[in-house]
Design a protein around this ligand. Sequence first.
Ligand SMILES: *Cc1c(COP(=O)(O)O)cnc(C)c1O
Length: 508
Amino acid sequence: MSAITNQMGLAATSNESSDSTGGQPGHISPLDPADWDDLRSLGSRMVGDMLSHLKTVRDRPVWQPVPGDVRTRLSQPLNKEGIGEQAAYEEFTRDVLPYGIGNLHPRFWGWVIGSGTPLGALSELLAATMNANVSGINGAPVLVEQQTIEWLKDLLGYPMGASGLFVSGASMANMVGLAVGLSERAGFDVLKDGLARAPKPPVLYTSSQTHFSVGKTARTLGIGSAGVRALPVTTDYAMDVNALEASIREDRSRGLQPFAIAATAGTTNTGAFDDLNAVADVAEREGLWLHVDGAFGAFAALVPELKHLVSGMERADSLAFDLHKWFLAPIEAGVVFVKDAQAHAKAFTEDAGYVKGLSGGLANYDVSYYGLSPQLTRGFKALKVWMALKAHGVAPYADVVRRNIEQARHLKRLVDEHEELELMASVSLNVVCFRYVGRKHNIDDREIDRLNTDILIKLQEDGTAAPTSTVLHGRFVLRVCITNHRTRLDDLDLLVTEVVRLGHHLHG
Ligand SMILES: *Cc1c(COP(=O)(O)O)cnc(C)c1O
């Protein structure tokens, strides 16, 4: 049967060349081309241009500001007649493609943003062509997502009975995990009664180094900022577990309802790891939900000599991580796992006539993804990860993690050895925070902040390198976060040379 279908498909392809007038009988909308060969050649050009763009990325500046004339064109009102596919693509290559955010480049180390891969870009084309709504509808896309989720549980060492799904990123994954945690541990039926009827206000524990998406989640869920304890950290930026226990005790004595701990495996600021086993012990003892945000740090699990960092991650009731950061999948792709699959389903289950499952056909659902997150219509994000794992296996991804960590250590050494540079946080993973302090050590901190701000802006605007910044203990620091398979060690040598050169130049 499938062989016949394939033959018919092939036959259709070879017969579809258009007639000389460009039109095909029954052509009713320009949204499908009248002449498929025209669009096919434009499509081939697009694919070729995109691959060339990636191949030559090192030859271009890391980043360049959008010029004035381009800004002007990008603020024009719509031409309602349409200009055609060719012309639209010319405008894209002229006004859009050259002015990206820089993250394809080997010397982009800003925020936590992956570099993407050529296969990832092509996989997006495949997924967009299928245009599947992976809400649960019977077809291969749900099976691909389920299979990919199984592979990821296995790779990260998370219990295989857990449920999981693709979401936009770790922000949404944090929200889903903590929403399930609230429904399970609020101490009353929050799904039915709502927080307005909470006998005791629920409290969430995290650290001062948590990602701001945890605070957003608390506000979105209605817990409010007042229901979040941002606990102090130790000198290596890990959650202070003694403070955690004391805070839970105090909140209980005040009649509040501690419900969850959000720990971090790889903080955004410095790449620090909370002691996941110690935090899990507290969660178990206190009956709290343990959520772990492993946005990028979870991938330490791929490297045997780094596995100790994520020890305890498998004890989390829910785990959030990104595929678009250190796994280099095209943006967007994040995943949430929930250990108790029933609790996960309970928190988001909905029923309606229009999603009624049937014993066959499209509505014979394998899994109801619409009942596992706030989303109904969901893109086929899993495909790019499925393709990546199928095509490359795991080793190249583990290598990127290992290499980026070696590169961070290399940069740390360069900073340590240079008398005009100061390391600003310990380096536990792939993040290096440092600043230029000059030779004389007689500049005051406010001036050093200003100087480093100027250095950073100049580095980026020159197109040389793109670290970004953060604030540690009130001080402005240069922050290099390497989630980039194109970076080489000499790129970091160049960074150090340039920071020092700009420091001299700008300090006068
Ligand atoms: C990036 C990040 C997030 C947010 O993830 P998004 O994919 O941007 O939504 C959450 N936590 C940590 C630790 C992060 O680094």
